[in-house]
Design a protein around this ligand. Structure first.
Ligand SMILES: Cc1cc2nc3c(=O)[nH]c(=O)nc-3n(C[C@H](O)[C@H](O)[C@H](O)COP(=O)(O)O)c2cc1C
Ligand SMILES: C=C(O[C@@H]1CC(C(=O)O)=C[C@@H](OP(=O)(O)O)[C@H]1O)C(=O)O
Length: 389
């Protein structure tokens, strides 16, 4: 059975829920580390007031005993603290009340799922759309990814993320190791490694917010220690770079994905793009560069996996754009809901976990087994095979 999960829950409902299937038994979970990852997603300069209300904590309500997975589906719950303020508005049972009391949404926000969702599901209260389309759902996606990340760590695979750009401001290129990158971005409010860029980005976000506007950016995820051979060229849906791209594109507000140098590959010559092959006794086969971001033929080549994603600006604007009231069809400005001005730093944490998930899934497909011991034996066997090749 391949690794998979489903999520359920609304942004202002009682909780988000995820059920993960396909995890092996005897994976020891570090709950503190899991909650640390949820906490990281909540941070980042430019977030709105909601993040001050929530204190995201994962409750594991199935599939784990005494800290270890059992092989059964793992069920994860994250409560919405804000629900206490929305209890009546979000009631499952019918309740009497005016539109105002029900916080009905009827002036769709351009760029959010409001209008498309309303038309598609024939919903006249667009709250029914935004409650589920909200990026609040990424909380439990991070919880699932954090478990995947712990699984990968058992095999020495490390995941880092950083912000490359917020609007007009670009972070300078650096040469840090993955451990240094993890440490330094962790200490930054915008998840960059130098203090000067951090200050510039903060001031820029302040200005955008003051203007009643929003801003997007570019984020990067790096995964080190990935073995050669995950994914496959033999079938379109087994290409791991393609699966990672789908995962990244599925994050709310993401509009594009690049692997390695990505779109630059359309500008440069072949001799400037392809990574030359080298061999040494200690390292085996390796590459002189990593422009292709760790992939050839949809298969990992042992170099770090490097993925970039672009996030558009947040659709909810405090100075709203033109829209149409779905009741009267009259021109109106879009509804204003409480909102972030910039969620790029938070989104980079989401991307790390989405990428970790896809790699863990491909890892399990290759070295699959029902327990950690079985997977480790399969993995070591494969490493020995590579060595003999
Ligand atoms: C971490 C994160 C936080 C977000 N916060 C908001 C927000 O506060 N307000 C908003 O309108 N959109 C926010 N978004 C973006 C919307 O969820 C997204 O634009 C919407 O679901 C429509 O989907 P699409 O942009 O992928 O087409 C956020 C996205 C992410 C990843
Ligand atoms: C709740 C989260 O992000 C939310 C994502 C979001 C949206 O429309 O996507 C809108 C906002 O919701 P609210 O109106 O309740 O403040 C964000 O706060 C979160 O990231 O946990």
């Amino acid at each position: 059975m391949s690794l998979r999960y489903l999520t359920a829950g609304e942004t202002h409902g009682p909780q988000l829920t995820a059920i993960i299937e396909g995890l092996p038994s005897n994976l020891t979970l570090d709950f503190e580390e899991l909650n640390f990852q949820l906490h990281r997603r909540q941070k980042g300069y430019g977030r709105g007031r909601r993040m001050q209300i929530e204190k995201d904590t994962a409750q594991i309500v199935g599939g784990v005993r005494h800290g270890n997975t059992t092989g059964a589906p793992v069920a994860v719950v994250v409560e919405n603290k804000d629900w206490t303020h929305w209890r009546n508005i979000m009631n499952v049972e019918p309740i009497e009340g005016t539109d105002e009391e029900k916080r009905r949404v009827h002036r769709p926000r351009p760029g959010h799922a409001d209008l498309n969702g309303g038309l598609k599901y024939n919903l006249k209260d667009l709250r029914n759309v935004l409650e589920r389309s909200s990026a609040r759902e990424t909380t439990v996606r991070v919880a699932c990814g954090a478990i995947a990340r712990q699984f990968l760590a058992e095999f020495g695979i490390k995941v880092a993320g950083q912000v490359i750009r917020i609007g007009e401001i670009e972070a300078p290129v650096h040469n840090l190791s993955i451990d240094e990158l993890i440490e330094q971005t962790e200490a930054s409010s915008v998840r960059v490694v130098d203090a000067e860029t951090e200050k510039k980005m903060e001031a820029y976000i302040d200005q955008i917010k003051e203007d009643g506007d929003s801003i997007g950016g570019i984020v990067e995820c790096i995964v080190e220690g990935v073995p050669i051979g995950l994914g496959s060229y033999v079938q379109y849906d087994r290409k791991l770079d393609a699966r990672i791209a789908q995962g990244v594109m599925s994050i709310n507000a993401f509009k594009g994905v690049e692997i390695g140098i990505g779109f630059e590959a359309g500008i440069l010559r072949g001799s400037q793009v392809h990574d030359e092959i080298l061999y040494s006794e200690e390292q085996g086969y390796y590459r002189a560069s990593n422009r292709l971001g760790g992939f050839e033929g949809g298969i990992t080549n042992g170099m770090p996996v490097v993925v970039r994603g672009v996030m558009k600006p947040i659709p909810t604007l405090y100075k709203p754009l033109q829209s149409v009231d779905i009741d009267t069809k009259e021109a109106f400005t879009a509804q204003v809901e409480r909102s972030d001005a910039c969620a790029v730093p938070a989104a980079s944490v989401v991307m790390e976990h989405v990428v970790a998930w896809e790699i863990a899934k491909a890892f399990l497909e290759k070295f699959g087994g029902d327990s950690m011991d079985e997977i480790k034996a399969n993995y070591n066997n494969y490493l020995a095979q590579l060595e003999k090749y």
